[in-house]
Design a protein around this ligand. Structure first.
Ligand SMILES: Nc1ncnc2c1ncn2[C@@H]1O[C@H](COP(=O)(O)OP(=O)(O)O)[C@@H](O)[C@H]1O
Ligand SMILES: Cc1ncc(C[n+]2csc(CCOP(=O)(O)OP(=O)(O)O)c2C)c(N)n1
Ligand SMILES: [Mg+2]
Ligand SMILES: [Mg+2]
Ligand SMILES: [Mg+2]
Length: 334
C-alpha cells in the first residue's frame, strides 16, 4: 500500500495477515467467519468500543491505540476466566487518514494478536466524518458452566484485586496537565499504564474453581464493585489501607489527598476484582507467586447493599468519584 489508502488493499495487506492462524477466517476474503468450539467449552463474547477524545487521545501512537483496544476486551474475557482466541474489528477511520498511520495501527494489532495468541477473524472498515471510532468483539472459551460471573459472590467472601489501582487514571490526569509535581520516572510509568493496559489473561483462567465471582475494573473500583455486589445481592466493604498502589501512585497521593478520589473512581484500570471464600486464601497467594501478578485482599462481601470504603481509622468514607459514566441523568443518585 502506498500513498492514500484503499479500503480493500488495507484489508488484504494489513489485516488479512492477522487472520492467518485461523482457517475459519478465510484470509478475510468471505462474508463471514466460521467458528468451532472445542468440546466441553463454551464461547465467551464481549465487545468494547473506543472513541478518540473519549477513551484515548487522537494523537496517541496508532500502534498503542490498537493494542489498548485489544487489551480492554481481553480484560473482560479474563474476568470471566476465559482463554481468548479471536477478535473482530469494526473500524471507522476519519476521512483522509494516512497510510502510514494505518500501517502503524495494523502493526500494533499484529503485535498483540501474536502476544496473546489470538487471530483477527473479521470485521468491517468504514470511513467517518467524525472522530476515529473503533469497536472490537473478542471471543474466548471456558469449561462449560464454569465462567466467573458477577453474581457468584457469597457473604463472607474476601474481595481481591490484581495489580495496582489508579495508575492509569493518574496517568490521564498527568497528560491533561495536572499532577505537575510528579517526578519524570513516575510520570512515565503512570502514562504508560494509561496507554497500554495489561489484561490479566493468565490469571483469569487460573481463577476458575477458586473465585466465586469476577469482573474487570474499567469505570472505577467503587462503581464497578457496586455492579458485582448488586448482581450477587450483597454489599461490598473495602479498606482504603489495603488498596494496592504502585510507588508512583502512592507518591502522587501522599503529596495530594485529592488524588485519592481518582484512585477509587478514576477507572481505566483493567485489573480484575474477584471474590473468594477465605478458605481459598493460600491458593490465591500461590497463584500470585506463580503468575507474578500481585493479588491483594482489599475487603469482603457482606449482607446488605452498596459499596462502603473504610478509611484508615475504620470509618466509612465519603467517596467523591465512584466511576466513569458515558451518560448520566441529572439528579440521579449514583
Ligand atoms: N449497546 C449495547 N447493546 C447491548 N448490550 C450492551 C450494550 N452496551 C452494553 N451492553 C451490555 O451491558 C453489560 C454491561 O456493559 P459494560 O458496563 O460496558 O460492561 P464492561 O464494563 O464490562 O464493558 C454487558 O453485558 C454489555 O454486553
Ligand atoms: C482522553 C480520555 N479521557 C477520559 C478518559 C477516561 N475514561 C473514558 S471511558 C472510561 C471508562 C471505561 O470505558 P468504557 O467505554 O466505559 O469501557 P467499559 O466499562 O465498557 O469496559 C474512562 C475512565 C480516557 N480514558 N481518555
Ligand atoms: Mg463495555
Ligand atoms: Mg468489564
Ligand atoms: Mg464502562
Amino acid at each position: 500500500m502506498s500513498g492514500a489508502p484503499d479500503e480493500f488493499d488495507l484489508i488484504a495487506q494489513l489485516f488479512a495477515p492477522l487472520s492467518a492462524s485461523y482457517p475459519g477466517a478465510f484470509n478475510l476474503t468471505d462474508d463471514a467467519a466460521l467458528m468451532d468450539v472445542p468440546p466441553g467449552r463454551q464461547v465467551v463474547l464481549t465487545m468494547d468500543a473506543m472513541v478518540a477524545g473519549v477513551h484515548f487521545f487522537a494523537d496517541d501512537p496508532a500502534d498503542l491505540i490498537a493494542r489498548k483496544l485489544v487489551r480492554v476486551n481481553l480484560s473482560d474475557l479474563a474476568a470471566k476466566g476465559a482463554v481468548p482466541f479471536a477478535v473482530m474489528l469494526a473500524a471507522a477511520f476519519p476521512q483522509g487518514i494516512e497510510a502510514e498511520w494505518l500501517r502503524a495501527f495494523a502493526d500494533g494489532l499484529g503485535q498483540d494478536v501474536a502476544e496473546f495468541s489470538i487471530a483477527l477473524i473479521g470485521g468491517d472498515t468504514v470511513s467517518t466524518p467524525g472522530p476515529l471510532t473503533l469497536s472490537l468483539t473478542a471471543f474466548g472459551h471456558v469449561p462449560t458452566g464454569r465462567a466467573l460471573l458477577r453474581s457468584g459472590a457469597r457473604a463472607g467472601d474476601l474481595i481481591w484485586l490484581s495489580g495496582s489501582l489508579g495508575d492509569s487514571a493518574l496517568g490521564l490526569r498527568a497528560r491533561q496537565g495536572q499532577l505537575t509535581d510528579l517526578n519524570p520516572l513516575h510520570r512515565d510509568f503512570l502514562i504508560h499504564r494509561y496507554l497500554l493496559p495489561q489484561p490479566r489473561v493468565a490469571l483469569g483462567p487460573a481463577l476458575i474453581g477458586v473465585a466465586s465471582a469476577g469482573m474487570d475494573i474499567s469505570d472505577g473500583l467503587v462503581q464497578d464493585l457496586g455492579h458485582l455486589a448488586r448482581q450477587s445481592g450483597l454489599a461490598a466493604e473495602i479498606r482504603l489501607a489495603d488498596l494496592p498502589l504502585s510507588v508512583a501512585a502512592r507518591t502522587a497521593t501522599e503529596n495530594n489527598n485529592s488524588w485519592l478520589a481518582c484512585i477509587l473512581g478514576g477507572g481505566d484500570d483493567y485489573e480484575i476484582a474477584f471474590t473468594a471464600d477465605p478458605a481459598q486464601t493460600q491458593r490465591i497467594r500461590q497463584l500470585a507467586d506463580d503468575s507474578g501478578v500481585a493479588l491483594s485482599a482489599i475487603g469482603q462481601m457482606t449482607a446488605g447493599q452498596g459499596v462502603a470504603v473504610m478509611d484508615r481509622q475504620g470509618k466509612a468514607m465519603e467517596v467523591a468519584q465512584r466511576g466513569w459514566r458515558h451518560f448520566s441523568n441529572a439528579g440521579e443518585q449514583p
